[in-house]
Write a protein that binds this ligand. Sequence first.
Ligand SMILES: C[S@@+](CC[C@H](N)C(=O)[O-])C[C@H]1O[C@@H](n2cnc3c(N)ncnc32)[C@H](O)[C@@H]1O
Ligand SMILES: Nc1nc2[nH]cc(C(=O)O)c2c(=O)[nH]1
Ligand code: SF4
Ligand SMILES: [Mg+2]
Length: 241
Amino acid sequence: MSKIPVMEIFGPTIQGEGMVIGQKTMFVRTAGCDYSCSWCDSSFTWDGSGKKDIRMMEPMEIWQELERIGGNNFSFVTISGGNPALLTNLSELIQLLKEKQIKTGLETQGSKWQDWFYEIDELTISPKPPSSKMETNFEILDVIITKLKQNEQSKFSLKVVVFDEEDYRYAQKVHSRYPDIPFFLQVGNDDLTTMDNKELLLHLLDKYERLIEKVIQDPTLNNVKVLPQMHTLLWGNKRGV
Ligand SMILES: C[S@@+](CC[C@H](N)C(=O)[O-])C[C@H]1O[C@@H](n2cnc3c(N)ncnc32)[C@H](O)[C@@H]1O
Ligand SMILES: Nc1nc2[nH]cc(C(=O)O)c2c(=O)[nH]1
Ligand code: SF4
Ligand SMILES: [Mg+2]
């Protein structure tokens, strides 16, 4: 069995974002990313600052850790990162979770395809807007979306984080390119260091309200969902929740 670079395993908590928001879940966060978004809230997975916490784990070891910390209190595991789609060998873990009757979610940015995407129950693709300083490869994104669409079993969505006007226009562009894919706009957290949860909550709620106002009046974004990062509203910038 091949090993997986694991940054952290935590939960149970609730999925704070996107298509399964509110879902009780465990998280497995893998290390390493092919992007370096300017505002990444999980930069410890790729900027070297979390290097000492990376553990090379076999699927069974990950399962044992999930059971050790989650006990019987979970039936869903969300795989995030970093970019888990860098890891060809995640299929073994996903297979093991399936055998244990555990449903799976995946968070990835849509820069890489893996055949094991077909085995994920709830797949979120989150292409990055200009404020991230990353550039979307739409040829690759087209391939990923086409493959998932052709597979009837695949349940997936697009989620674009919005920080500014340019990001908003990017969100419009992504939705118009894939109009029939469930589409989520998410409020960007632009204060990743504050420990003042109440102040952050008010700030992000204000941003959420302003984003909603824009979308309400926008005929190009009718069939969309607008969401905050629920875990940030609840727990601020705390890690592992
Ligand atoms: C940390 S990423 C890991 C998975 C994958 N690399 C990706 O970006 O989709 C998980 C989600 O958090 C979002 N995210 C990261 N930093 C954020 C921030 N400062 N505010 C809001 N969402 C953020 C990403 O856009 C992505 O949807
Ligand atoms: N509660 C909670 N929900 C999340 N949804 C996506 C997350 C992520 O970092 O990928 C995340 C996270 O870190 N915590
Ligand atoms: S793609 Fe995801 S993990 Fe990678 S830098 Fe961007 S937000 Fe962070
Ligand atoms: Mg996060």
